[in-house]
Design a protein around this ligand. Structure first.
Ligand SMILES: Nc1nc2c(ncn2[C@@H]2O[C@H](COP(=O)(O)OP(=O)(O)O)[C@@H](O)[C@H]2O)c(=O)[nH]1
Ligand SMILES: [Mg+2]
Length: 252
């Protein structure tokens, strides 16, 4: 995003039953970054989030809506949003939740950091970052998931599961989006890991994550299971690759 202004930024917001939250997030985004474009990716929410997003789009030409037919997971919603972003030539693509957990007021700082990086992660676990109002169980899950991922993948990223991030479009152009099969929240680990492997610069900037006040989390046991299994698979693959390289070196 070195030469692009904020008019070239697309904020992708996946939604499932966020009718009560979406308006406030879009309003707050507009107040801090009047020029950014917003793409709401709704999975046919039964609570009418999609229709509400259409009303927002009618009132604001910089708001766009993608309607998908069924709830297919966060990963699939983001991939669809990313493809749309690349087809429309945005310079930077942002991931942000609809439930108010990610403060739009933190986004200008994240975008500024993108001038010196390829991927900027809004991080709860670097100095200055924090989590507000999460039950202990959720905190443990998040911290444990991060520790597990760091150990399995050998990456230094402190908050690899975080969902408030900005990518230069060049990163998403280079990664093979068609190859990404992560459905749930391990999608976040998957993309950060692929970015590191591809040699992109990843930086973390501190954010305050505040648990939603309205509506329900879509986190589930199957989402956690998918993440545990996928990260184990990537970790084993990484170690097998190192072993093979070592054997080849010894033979040479
Ligand atoms: N389109 C779409 N959005 C989803 C899906 N699952 C979660 N989301 C959205 O992803 C964001 C984060 O979800 P949330 O349930 O708050 O996760 P948590 O913060 O980890 O508890 C919210 O904006 C959700 O509406 C899904 O299957 N499809
Ligand atoms: Mg949430």
């Amino acid at each position: 995003m070195s030469d692009a202004g904020t008019e070239s930024v697309l904020v992708v917001i996946p939604t499932y039953n966020e009718r009560e939250n979406l308006g406030s997030v879009v309003r707050r985004l507009r107040a801090v970054l009047p020029e950014v474009h917003i793409l709401v990716v709704d999975d046919g929410s039964p609570d009418g989030t999609g229709e509400f997003a259409d009303e927002l789009a009618e009132a604001d030409p910089r708001v766009h809506v993608m309607h998908r037919t069924a709830k297919a997971g966060l990963g699939a919603a983001y991939i669809a949003g990313f493809r749309w972003a690349l087809a429309h030539d945005y310079g930077a693509i942002v991931e942000m939740d609809a439930d108010g957990s990610h403060a739009p007021e933190d986004l200008p700082r994240i975008l500024r950091a993108l001038t010196g990086a390829d991927l900027v992660i809004g991080s709860r676990y670097v100095p200055g970052g924090s989590v507000v109002n999460w039950p202990r169980r959720r905190q443990l899950l998040s911290k444990g998931g991060n520790l597990y991922s760091r150990l399995a993948l050998g990456v230094k990223i402190k908050d690899i599961t975080a969902g408030f991030r900005a990518y230069r479009s060049t990163v998403l152009e280079k990664l093979d989006l068609g190859d990404i099969a992560s459905h749930g929240y391990c999608f976040q680990i998957d993309l950060a890991w692929r970015s590191v492997l591809a040699g992109f610069t990843v930086v973390e900037v501190p954010i305050t994550f505040t648990e939603r006040e309205i509506g329900e989390s879509k986190m589930s046991g199957s989402i956690v299971r998918e993440a545990v299994l996928q990260v184990a698979k990537w970790g084993i693959r990484r170690r097998a690759g190192k072993l093979r390289a070592g054997i080849a070196r010894d033979k040479a």
